[in-house]
Design a protein around this ligand. Structure first.
Ligand SMILES: Cc1cc2nc3c(=O)[nH]c(=O)nc-3n(C[C@H](O)[C@H](O)[C@H](O)COP(=O)(O)O)c2cc1C
Ligand code: SF4
Length: 462
């Protein structure tokens, strides 16, 4: 791939990049000034549509189109900045704000103006202590310079901005969970419709956008929509912040045009520079945990909005690659995955609350050496009975659970079967293979395999 000039990360490594003085000396706030003083809100929305910008928070929804859903006759509009960043493996928002907080603030000004927002709330993940202070300092500086508040750039546009620290739950990153939490309630996602554009924060029209989405606006206004849409692959325009964690030589956050392959991201000199300690790739979870897994033979998957679907994945997600080395036990990968969703389900919907719990218990049984081949079928079957896509849940958390669980089992079935065959030959408890116990008969959490008692043919009546 030809060398790409970073724009989102252009201030990273520049001394004083968090300060207003340095940000402005490098062209900062010129895009917001241009938008507010020379364009109408409708023009900014049209430019955003034309650029092809799709949300970077995971769902990839077209940004300009989302803004167009706001009612025309509204008097109050809220802009919620989704900085919950709770998807496992994801750290692009934090990286961006840690190095260049004014870039986010400038993006908020542009989006706020386009949507005629009166107040912007930055909902920041509670664990980001240092980042919160970096952002608050930048916001204070921007207020002092008249960049927020009344009559910005001498126009009649006014915008107040507040930073709200999150409630520490994955589901608070879901846009309506975020809104509930912002309103001071338990972060339980709302039934939709009504969508936030019609009835969001404090029951008023609301737009929720991710940090990176908003940062992209600065460059779209500065360089034009054609420049933005010329980068990337068809349907996936613009630069993207890719993240890599796991046993690679250079984990980190890297900027590249959308459509970078997973192989380039892991092995490219400009990116993670290959596996550490002589390991080989066993698999990659390329978009945050919720998208599913790619095997070592699938690394040519392009990380844009469409290609991952050809590999059985949910989509691009957050473009955060969790690399798994060949020394990892696939049973533990499955266990960690199931544990996360079981712990983070908010409990409102039965199939999500109970389903993620069952899956965790079955995965635990497999990891503890008491699994059976039928458990793998049971887990895969369960992945088709949960989620918003089949119309069973309030939010997309269970959709995010089923993709990794299904793809881990389907793509690594032989390895699971090998473990199960080995454990079966060394196990002393008798396993009745022809019958799958109901959920009530599953081993209780915390039981070790030696204590597991399986139903016998006589006791089960089989
Ligand atoms: C369980 C769950 C967690 C989510 N967590 C986040 C998050 O941490 N950050 C984020 O931007 N979007 C998250 N989303 C997606 C948001 O609901 C929403 O689509 C996004 O903030 C919209 O912004 P965008 O259009 O700029 O991408 C999550 C969705 C679900 C279902
Ligand atoms: S799907 Fe799960 S996380 Fe989402 S609202 Fe229902 S129970 Fe809560």
């Amino acid at each position: 791939m030809a060398r790409f000039e970073p724009v989102l990360l252009r201030n990273v490594g520049v001394e004083g990049s968090r300060t207003l003085r340095v940000y402005e000396s490098r062209g900062g706030y010129a895009a917001a000034r241009k938008a507010l003083t020379t364009m109408s809100p409708e023009e900014v929305t049209e430019i955003t549509k034309k650029s092809g910008l799709r949300g970077r928070g995971g769902a990839g929804f077209p940004t300009g189109m989302k803004w167009s859903f706001l009612p025309k006759d509204r008097t109050i509009t809220y802009l919620c900045v989704n900085f919950d960043e709770s998807e496992p493996g994801t750290f692009n928002n934090r990286y961006l704000v840690d190095h260049d907080p004014h870039q986010l603030l400038e993006g908020i000004l542009i989006a706020g103006y386009a949507t005629r927002a009166t107040t912007a709330y930055i909902y920041i993940r509670v664990e980001f202590h240092e980042t919160f202070h970096i952002l608050q300092r930048a916001l204070d500086e921007a207020y002092a310079a008249g960049l927020f508040g009344r009559n910005i750039f001498g126009t009649d546009y006014s915008l107040e901005c507040y930073i709200h620290r999150g409630a520490g739950a994955y589901v608070c990153g879901e846009e309506t969970g975020l809104i509930e939490s912002l309103e001071g309630k338990r972060g339980w996602p709302r039934i939709k419709p009504p969508f936030p554009a019609i009835e969001g924060a404090f029951r008023k029209p609301t737009v929720v956008n991710n940090v990176e989405t908003l940062a992209c606006l600065v460059h779209i206004i500065e360089r034009g929509p054609e420049w933005f849409s010329s980068i990337g692959t068809p349907g996936s325009a613009g630069p993207k912040l890719y993240q890599v964690s796991g046993p690679v030589n250079r984990p980190g956050c890297f900027e590249a045009p959308l459509g970078l392959t997973c192989r380039e991201l892991i092995f490219g000199d400009d990116f993670a520079r290959g596996m550490a300690g002589g390991r080989k790739v066993k698999g990659v979870i390329p978009g945050g945990l919720s998208v599913g897994i790619l095997t070592a033979d699938e690394l040519d998957c392009k990380l844009d909005f469409d290609d991952p679907k050809k590999y059985g994945l949910l989509g691009l997600g957050t473009a955060a690659a969790i690399v798994i080395g060949d020394d990892a036990d696939i049973r533990h990968v499955l266990l960690n995955t199931c544990r996360f969703y079981a712990m983070e389900s908010c409990g409102q919907c039965t199939q999500c609350r109970e389903g993620t719990g069952w899956m965790y218990r079955i995965a635990r049984r497999i990891a503890e050496g008491a699994g059976r081949s039928a458990d793998l079928d049971l887990l895969v079957e369960q992945t088709f009975s949960m989620g918003m896509m089949p119309g069973l849940s309030i939010c997309g958390l269970p959709d995010g659970a089923v993709y990794p669980i299904r793809t881990i089992i389907q793509k690594y079935r032989a390895e699971f079967e090998r473990h199960i065959a080995q454990q079966a030959s060394s196990r002393t408890v008798e396993v009745i293979k022809e019958r799958v116990p109901s959920a009530y008969e599953l081993p209780i959490l915390g039981q070790r395999p030696a204590q597991v008692t399986w139903p016998t043919a006589a006791s089960s009546g089989a």
